[in-house]
Design a protein around this ligand. Structure first.
Ligand code: AMP
Ligand code: TRP
Length: 323
C-alpha cells in the first residue's frame, strides 16, 4: 500500500497532531511504502514571515525524527522540494467547479468569522488533492478535520479521470481511534485556538497547562461522568487500558477531584514525551543531517511525481511533440 500524509509547518506540533495523525504515520512506516511531507506551501496561507517559516519547517522535521520516523523507510520531505505539485494544482483547478471549493469547511468557517480569504486559502483543497494524487496514494492517514479534504480529492480525481482517462488512483482516508483530540478548553485542540499541549514543551509550562484544563464544577464527593471530561479524554490516550479502566471506575464512584486526574496526566505526559526531549535536542543540534534527510526524501518523492506528471501531461495534450 502507498501511504501519504502531510503536516503544515504553521506552529508547534501538539497532542492533537500526535494522537490524531502522527502516531499512525509512525506505526504505518513498518509495513507500507510511506511518503510523509511538511506542507510548507500550505503553511504560507497563515505564516508570512520567512525566518519563522524556515524555523517551523525545521522544527516539524526534528519533531518527527525524534518521535521515531525512520528516514530509511519513509520518503520524508518538504512539499516545496517537489514543485510539480503546483503544476498539478493548476491542471486540477481546470476540471474542478468553484462550488466544490465553496463547500469546504475550513473556507466556510473563515468566511463566517469575517476573516480575509486569500485565493491560496480558497484553493487549499486543490493543492492538497495534488499532493495526494501526484504520488498515486492509496491511504491518507489524518485526523477527522481533514476527511472532507480527502473526499474532495476523490471527487477531483473522478473529474479528471472522466475527462481524460484513468490516470489517478482513488485515495481513502484512515483515522486513528481518536480522530478528534480535545484541547485545554474542550474544543478541538488546534494551533489557531491557543488551547494546545505541545509535544516538546518544557515540563513546567506543560504542567501548568494541564492543571488549567477546563472541567465542570461537580464537587469532589460526587460521581463524575468520564465521557464528558476533557482530562479523562487526554488521560486515556496516555494511560494503559488497565489504568484507564481504573480511572473510569474512580470517576463514577465519586470522592475523586479533577486535580488528581490532572496530576496523573502530567506524569504520564512526562513519561512519554519527557523521555524524547533528549532525542529532540540531539536532532536540533544536527541541522545539516536533517537537511540531508529532507533532500534525499524529496529526491525519492520527486522521481515518482515526475513520472505521474508525464502521464498527466500526455493525457491532457500538454506534452512536447516527439520528433
Ligand atoms: P495540521 O496541523 O493542521 O497540519 O494537522 C496535521 C494533522 O494533525 C492532520 O492530519 C490533522 O487532522 C491532525 N490534527 C490536528 N489537530 C487535531 C486534533 N485536535 N485532533 C485530531 N487530529 C488533529
Ligand atoms: N491540510 C493538512 C492539514 O492541515 C495538511 C496536508 C497538506 C495534507 N497536504 C496533505 C494532509 C495531503 C494529508 C495529505 O492537516
Amino acid at each position: 500500500m502507498r501511504v501519504l500524509s502531510g503536516i503544515q509547518s504553521s506552529g508547534a506540533l501538539h497532542l492533537g497532531n500526535y494522537f490524531g495523525a502522527m502516531k499512525q504515520h509512525i506505526e504505518l512506516q513498518h509495513e507500507n511504502e510511506c511518503f510523509y511531507f511538511i506542507a510548507n506551501y500550505h503553511a504560507l496561507t497563515t505564516i508570512q514571515d520567512a525566518e519563522r517559516l524556515q524555523q517551523l519547517t525545521f522544527d516539524v522535521a526534528a519533531d518527527y525524527l525524534a518521535l521515531g520516523l525512520d528516514p530509511n523507510r519513509v520518503a520524508f520531505f518538504r512539499q516545496t522540494d517537489v514543485p510539480e505539485v503546483t503544476e498539478l494544482t493548476w491542471i486540477l483547478a481546470t476540471v474542478t467547479g468553484k462550488g466544490l471549493l465553496e463547500r469546504a469547511h475550513s473556507f466556510k468557517d473563515k468566511t463566517a468569522k469575517g476573516l480575509p480569504v486569500s485565493m491560496g486559502l480558497f484553493c487549499y483543497p486543490l493543492l492538497m488533492a495534488a499532493d495526494i494524487l501526484i504520488y498515486r496514494s492509496d491511504i491518507v492517514p489524518v485526523g477527522q478535520d481533514q476527511v472532507q479534504h480527502i473526499e474532495m480529492t476523490q471527487d477531483i480525481a473522478g473529474y479528471f479521470n472522466s475527462t481524460y482517462g484513468e490516470v489517478f488512483v482513488r485515495p481513502e482516508p484512515r483515522l486513528n481511534q481518536t480522530p478528534v483530540v480535545p484541547g485545554l478548553d474542550g474544543q478541538k485542540m488546534s494551533k489557531s485556538y491557543g488551547n494546545t499541549i505541545e509535544l516538546f514543551g518544557d515540563a513546567g509550562t506543560i504542567k501548568k497547562k494541564i492543571m488549567s484544563i477546563k472541567t465542570d464544577s461537580t464537587p469532589v464527593e460526587a460521581p463524575k461522568d468520564p465521557q464528558r471530561c476533557n482530562v479523562f479524554a487526554l488521560l486515556k490516550l496516555l494511560a494503559s487500558p488497565e489504568e484507564t479502566a481504573e480511572w473510569e471506575r474512580r470517576y463514577r464512584a465519586g470522592g475523586m477531584g479533577y486535580g488528581e486526574a490532572k496530576k496523573r496526566l502530567a506524569e504520564l505526559y512526562e513519561e512519554k514525551f519527557g523521555r524524547l526531549r533528549a532525542q529532540r535536542a540531539a536532532w536540533a543540534a544536527r541541522p545539516d543531517d536533517v537537511e540531508d534527510i529532507l533532500r534525499a526524501g524529496g529526491k525519492r518523492a520527486r522521481a515518482v511525481a515526475q513520472e505521474v506528471m508525464e502521464s498527466v501531461r500526455r493525457a491532457c495534450g500538454l506534452s512536447a511533440r516527439p520528433r
